[in-house]
Design a protein around this ligand. Structure first.
Ligand SMILES: [Zn+2]
Length: 442
């Protein structure tokens, strides 16, 4: 038994507790309350700290740690075309190193559950999917990798060069094999697989439809990119005669088992369809800013009741973005566009926790601090400089994110005093740097 005590608890699901405790038995939370906990157990003193649920990252491309800083000023399509040439050369070693650094960096900014979207599998370069799963085991975070894919190369009217695409049959067989090998549906699972074709402009309609059928027959979730830029609207109109969300709906790609990255350019009808079908959005504000994609209609989605989580997106389109920082970025961008009440600090924190849990289909396990849920907990130091602000949630969300005192994943310490404890900071940083050099020199 572990007891975190004397801590300000933001449960997210219920009332905040200004001075209370969280009791943990094994990988579960068994009690949350005000005052002192009467039972036995190892004590963690949470004085001066804010306890939040561990943060959930709903969109990433971990391999991109190895190609950060490429095309720093291009549009999405320009950036993609330049990046594909590099990505075609990656191998399992690059992916393992990049994922180690990327997941370590996420943990250091409060992330306890991370999804990933890996969609490039160059032939003869080792088992790239297994490489990132190994990295997640070493870092110690809950992992939701999506087996991605592209089958529409340039010769078929798509954007990626032919050498990075696979055939639809190959993709479906490999995806099914990955789900059967790795997916663990049990309560408290550390590893769940999603089916994740890359995007409507790199994947055929047939593969989108058959991917959805496959995922539903295997009982796993669906993920892809949607409505990220205006270029994509034009591409979809030209190629399919409809807007991106209309196209996705025609392929069976809206529903409570689907979450979509970006969703910047949504119509009022799209928003209603997301809410009615329970389709989730992975909001990636830094990436949207970096690529000039626009500001997503998050406050409208929330008002309609649609699930929304936060994501850092691949490190090549939002270099070194910390997940906790996306809480601030989401809040500021919504306010810049819609006014000062568009998104509160508490709503933004909810996106990063319960919102993400809903997107990943784990609202009954993670995303809030309550008995019966998994002990995925972040403790933030809101004393010192931060103590001049009375409301610790404002202290946490408005400026630079305060130091991370402790991160627990299923009751296990992954970060302590800002540093990784499962692997070391040095190991993670070196792995990322080595992956970058290996990719650029290959
Ligand atoms: Zn992405």
């Amino acid at each position: 038994m572990i007891v975190i005590e004397n801590v300000y608890v933001v449960t997210v699901s219920g009332a905040e507790i200004p001075s209370g405790y969280i009791a943990i038995d094994g990988d579960r939370i068994v009690a949350v309350g005000a005052g002192a906990y009467a039972g036995e157990g190892e004590r963690i003193d949470g004085r001066g700290c804010l306890a939040t649920p561990g943060l959930v990252n709903t969109h990433h491309h971990l391999y991109q740690w190895a190609s950060q800083g490429v095309t720093p000023d291009g549009t999405l399509f320009e950036w993609l075309v330049a990046s594909y040439r590099l990505w075609a050369r990656m191998d399992a070693e690059v992916v393992h190193g990049a994922a180690t650094a990327g997941l370590g960096w996420l943990a250091k900014s409060g992330c306890t559950t991370a999804s990933d979207h890996h969609y490039i599998f160059p032939k003869g370069r080792g088992d790239l999917f297994d490489a990132e799963i190994q990295a997640a085991r070493e870092v110690g975070v809950r992992f939701h990798p999506g087996r991605g894919s592209m089958d529409r190369g340039q010769s078929a009217g798509g954007l990626p060069p032919d050498e990075v695409v696979e055939s639809s049959d190959e993709i479906l067989a490999e995806t099914e094999a990955a789900v059967r090998k790795y997916h663990d549906p049990s309560f408290g699972s550390m590893l769940r697989i999603a089916v994740a074709p890359c995007s409507p402009f790199s994947v055929s309609g047939r593969l989108m439809v058959e991917s959805a059928e496959l995922a539903r027959s295997l009982g796993v979730r669906l993920h892809t990119h949607a409505a990220e830029t205006q270029d994509e609207d034009e591409h979809c109109r030209e190629q399919f005669g409809m807007l991106p969300v209309e196209y996705l709906e025609s392929l069976g790609w809206l529903g409570p088992d689907v979450w979509l990255a970006h969703c910047v350019h949504l119509t009022d009808t799209d928003i209603q369809r997301f809410a009615a079908t329970g389709t989730g959005t992975a909001h990636c504000p830094s990436s949207n800013g970096r690529l000039g994609a626009g500001i997503a209609r998050i406050s409208d989605l929330l008002r309609a009741g649609a699930p929304v989580g936060l994501g850092v997106d691949g490190a090549a389109s939002s270099e070194m973005t910390p997940l906790a920082g996306e809480i601030r970025m989401a809040m500021l961008l919504q306010r810049a566009r819609y006014g000062p009440t568009a998104l509160t600090a508490r709503q933004a924190l909810e996106l990063a926790t319960m919102g993400g849990a809903r997107c990943l289909g784990r609202a009954d396990e993670i995303g809030s601090l309550e008995p019966g849920k998994l002990a995925d907990i972040a403790l933030w130091r809101v004393d010192g400089f931060y103590s001049a602000i009375d409301d610790p949630v404002v202290a946490f969300a408005y400026g630079q994110t305060p130091p991370l005192a402790r991160l627990l994943v299923g009751g296990r310490t992954v970060v302590e005093n800002g540093e990784l404890r499962t692997i070391s900071d040095q190991t993670a940083a070196k792995a990322g740097s080595a992956a970058h050099h290996r990719l650029l020199q290959s």
